[in-house]
Design a protein. Sequence first.
Length: 308
Amino acid sequence: MSMILSASVVRVRDGLPLSASTDYEQSTGMQECRKYFKMLAKKLSQLPDRCTLKTGQYNINFISSLGVSYMMLCTENYPSVLAFCFLDELQKEFITTYNMMKTNTAIRPYCFIEFDNFIQRTKQRYNNTRSLSTKMNLADMQTEIKLRPPYQISVSELGSANGFAHVSVGEYKGTGKISAAPHQRLEPVTLPGIVSFVLSLLCGALNLIRGFHAIESLLQSEGEDFSYVIAFFLGTAACLYQCYLFVYHTGWRNAKSFLTFGLICLCNMYLYELRNLWQLFFHVTVGAFSTLQIRLRQPQGKSPDYNV
């Protein structure tokens, strides 16, 4: 009998489970599939927005959008078009019910467990195909899947030592390749993120202006310390690099942001004699705020093109 067995909602950046349906079946195959669920959840940020994993008697399908992935387990003979229509319906309801700030700041697992009620109702409808009221969307989804089929993940890829690293090169266009990590999109910019970006530019500009003034003073008086000039320009570079980290996704992005913040603190400590306490507080606070915004703006799963 073809049917949907379970479904879950997972955050893409760290694999944190946000909600899931209750599983009643405890067969060996189901236990194995739960392991695959956990392994896939840790690799979501490296995978395309629509994928399928075939595990013999069962299939795992998932879609990712706006930093959240929607995963489901079904029998191998369950129609693919119905599976992705089911996931699409979960996605629309979750986006409507919960804003991105809640999903981004969630700490404990299954903090949206009440969404399980909707998952269970939708699962029951899709397991009774005669009563489905979504037949109008099936044709659109079938066309979408033909034009951009889901990436087929093999079990051997899950069991490899390096996970999916060896298939994370090349450009994914729905034909079985995955986008390179450096071109991965970040989550949409928030208002606090824009404020931190502008303030970092302002601090960089202030450091640059003071650096040129320090050069002028150095030329006019031989007693001036050239190290102040270096400190001002290092502060400028650190502020601009924080802006770069906020806009673009790079490897070790969070670690780089903390190191950059440390450099900002060191520069301002060295410039203690040339700045008052309010100026020092402003520069350090902006650096800390920008570091926080870089940390919060994480990579997202590619937004699907269909009916969002």
